[in-house]
Write a new protein. Structure first.
Length: 363
């Protein structure tokens, strides 16, 4: 009798697990079109959770009203500026691309001046390595720049052309954010109850997840905004055309630790130097080294903290891998997965050390 009961329970558990896997996969396929909106909804809710809790102290018990006010703040501080920035960026990128196509921006003259400025020994050294044909190099670089601008314009315009899909995704993100703000604590407790760990260990696990996620995402996004804004202001002050475009590019490249923004301002500074704008080039180099590039070292420890900061090489690899797999959403998903990976292994290590935080928590 006992054997039959045990066998029956095993069959029930097997059926339930198989059904759970099938339904979970089906649900994943169902929400796949809104995957990006869901990810950004979770990220925004985590980032603005402290704002929600602060407002809730002034309006205790009015969770719907406070969540609505927080959502309005998100619209005014994040969504509307992002849409306006995207529209302005599309216009500026299209204008710059058109000027390159029409020949108003002469890369040929710049490369010719650069070639003539090189000493003979350096030209001979480049020739020895097969880089003596500057015409081919110039054509390849011009084609690469035009391809980057064309891709950027296409991506931005595709958002406008797919306005319905964009608005639908935005609506899903804001709708989800509202409920995550209002019911976030209850959802966290519900998820925690499903984790087969002791209560104190579950609390440490969830807390560590939230701390690492908030620190990583907040650090990456705010650093990108600061470095991009500073770079754009410097470009605008130096009267360099396309300052907004360069600002956005620097913000994106800032996700690559240490040298990210240098991929933007260094070539521009060299372009200014070889085309005779020596003063602008020198000022841009000084500003790039001592202003733009120093933001990461000065601000990130304040925002992220020493304990929760991921190694630079992990940020780099996870960001590039996220972009490769998930497109623009990979900027968030990549570092997020890496942060969770580090957090889980840290907790796993602590659980096997009696002197670790989890060991103490279980005493």
């Amino acid at each position: 009798m006992d054997n039959r009961e045990t066998s029956r329970k095993r069959v029930e558990w097997g059926f339930l697990i198989a059904l759970l896997v099938i339904v979970t996969l089906a649900f994943a396929v169902l929400i796949e079109p809104f995957f990006g909106a869901i990810v950004w909804g979770v990220v925004v809710a985590v980032l603005f959770r402290p704002v929600y809790e602060r407002l809730l102290t002034y309006l205790p018990g009015r969770t719907n009203m406070v969540a609505g006010i927080t959502l309005i703040l998100i619209l005014l501080l994040v969504v509307v500026p992002a849409i306006l920035l995207g529209m302005a960026l599309a216009q500026e990128a299209a204008s710059l691309y058109l000027r390159i196509e029409q020949g108003d921006i002469d890369f040929g003259a710049a490369f010719e001046a650069f070639e003539n400025s090189l000493p003979h020994w350096m030209q001979a050294q480049l020739a020895a390595y097969g880089y003596d044909d500057f015409a081919i190099i110039r054509a390849e670089i011009e084609q690469s720049i035009a391809a980057i601008l064309e891709f950027l314009v296409t991506q931005l315009l595709s958002v406008g052309q797919g306005a319905f899909q964009f608005m639908l995704g935005l609506g899903v993100m804001l709708y989800l954010t509202f409920f995550l703000l209002r019911d976030g604590r209850a959802l966290t407790e519900r998820i925690g109850d499903m984790i087969p760990l002791e209560e104190k260990k579950r609390e440490i696990l969830m807390e560590k997840f939230l701390v690492v996620i908030r620190a990583t995402i907040k650090g990456s996004l705010i650093i990108a905004i600061i470095q991009g804004s500073l770079g754009g202001l410097i470009f605008w002050a130096l009267d360099i055309r396309g300052a907004l475009l360069w600002a956005v590019l620097m913000g994106m490249f800032s996700l690559i630790p240490a040298i990210g923004t240098g991929f933007v301002w260094v070539p521009v500074a060299l372009f200014l130097l070889v085309t005779g704008n020596v003063l602008q080039g020198i000022v841009l180099i000084i500003s790039g080294v001592f202003v733009i590039s120093m933001v990461d070292n000065l601000v990130r420890p304040i925002l992220v903290g020493r304990d929760t900061r991921m190694p630079d090489y992990v940020v780099l690899i996870s960001t590039l891998g996220g972009l490769q797999l998930f497109g623009i959403n990979g900027i968030v998903i990549g570092p997020l997965v890496a942060a969770l990976f580090i957090a889980i292994w840290s907790i796993f290590s602590d659980m096997h050390q009696d002197s670790g935080p989890l060991g103490k928590a279980s005493e």
